[in-house]
Design a protein around this ligand. Structure first.
Ligand code: DP6
Length: 392
């Protein structure tokens, strides 16, 4: 008898921002990186992707995805690789237990939304793919661990594998040719160092110039500095960063974070043709963080930049006034300070700042997002697909 039921599972998944950057692939097809990386997962109260995966024997259409209300292709090789692997894992369960519904054979209807401020220009692929993989794994009741699932998410987008965990997360580059050991692992849960805060300083909402997938391939192929980064600098920093997190040593965490961001942008500049992600506003944010650290006499703030001009500034809750307070005194009229977190930040003007730095920041920053370290994917009964299989 035909089973007309609609099976559904929903989850939310977080954004992560790397403090040791992934940049370079040793295998583009399997999406294997040239180096390990390490990130902090950001709180989902501020930024998250929310996804429902559903399937039914009664669905007659092909697999489909509706992203923020718009149909979006699931036919890319990356999405196809993820779906094929998840179906294969489900099929193993169905073959073992004949009473299970044959979900692996039925079309998937996926609906996803994210709560990123539309004008934030933040990369959403990490949270999006992590939510997609987690939702389908829940729908299929797969027994695989987050680390095992991370090898699938990695094929969607490299950085997505780290969004399957909360807290402090490493992606081990691995050495196996088939990529089985290129997986994400928890370095420490959010509860180990819950005081970590992040201020996202939005310097541009535009789409980035060179997409990261293409940019990192060009860097790996042409940068003369790149081998030093991959072979020496990153492996040493991975060890030191894990130690700094274990000891909750913010000064070292900050040193390593800033060094690694600068090293990543240096190999971008050393690419032929050169790639520029940081702009004048980004550099002004670097100067402001330096001024803050100098004034306090130690590292209380750490900047990092991904493949775009937005700054993410990490700091500890106890230093909120000295870090976010200074940003607020300069940029208090920008969007993002109004929420609970923002209104609690005490303004802390600092004297002697370079006037140009101040002017560039005031004109170049469009908004800020105040957030902090947070949890990994969370299953929810808030479904974006109705019981009859339609987007809600
Ligand atoms: C600069 O994960 O977007 O944010 O694997 O090609 O999808 P693909 O690349 P992606 O690259 C992210 C690069 C980065 C650094 C990082 O997140 O580690």
């Amino acid at each position: 008898m035909a089973d007309s039921r609609v099976y559904r599972a929903s989850t939310t998944a977080p954004v992560n921002i790397a403090v040791i950057k992934y940049w370079g692939k040793r295998d583009a097809k399997l999406n294997l990186p040239t180096n390990s990386s390490l990130s902090v997962t950001l709180a989902q109260s501020d930024l998250k992707a929310h996804t429902t995966a559903s399937c039914s024997q009664a669905f007659s259409d092909d697999d489909s995805l509706i992203l923020n209300g718009e149909p979006s292709p699931l036919t890319t090789p990356r999405s196809q690789a993820c779906l094929a692997r998840l179906r294969a894992l489900r099929k193993i369960l169905e073959d073992r237990d004949n009473s299970l519904p044959k979900l692996s054979q039925w079309p998937l209807r996926i609906v996803s939304i994210n709560n990123f401020p539309t004008a934030a220009g933040l990369a959403s692929s990490a949270a999006g793919f992590a939510a997609l993989i987690r939702a389908i794994a829940n729908l299929y009741e797969l027994p695989q661990s987050p680390t095992e699932l991370s090898a699938i998410a990695r094929q969607g987008s490299g950085s997505a594998c780290r969004s399957l965990f909360g807290g402090y997360v490493a992606w081990d580059a691995g050495t196996a040719a088939d990529g089985n050991d290129s997986v994400a692992v928890e370095v420490a849960p959010a509860s180990h160092w819950p005081e970590m805060r992040a201020l996202v300083v939005v310097a541009s909402a535009e789409k980035k110039g060179v997409p990261s997938t293409a940019g990192m391939q060009q860097t790996a192929a042409t940068s003369t500095l790149f081998p030093l980064r991959v072979e020496k600098l990153v492996p040493a920093r991975m060890i030191a960063m894990k130690e700094a997190i274990a000891k909750k040593d913010f000064a070292t965490f900050a040193d390593l974070t800033m060094q690694d961001s600068n090293s990543f942008h240096a190999v971008c500049l050393d690419t032929v043709p050169p790639i520029f992600y940081m702009n004048e506003t980004s550099r002004a944010a670097v100067r402001l963080v330096e001024a803050i650290n100098e004034r306090v006499g130690r590292n209380v703030a750490a900047y990092t930049f991904d493949a775009g001009p937005n700054a993410v500034v990490y700091y500890l809750a106890e230093n909120e006034g000295q870090v976010a307070g200074v940003f607020k005194s300069l940029l208090g009229d920008k969007d993002g300070w109004a929420g609970d977190r923002g209104t609690q930040v005490q303004e802390a003007p600092i004297e002697g700042l370079d006037e140009r730095v101040v002017a560039v920041l005031k004109s170049g920053v469009s908004r800020v997002i105040l957030t902090g370290v947070g949890e990994g994917p969370i299953a929810t009964s808030d479904h974006l697909v109705s019981e009859s299989g339609l987007p809600t």
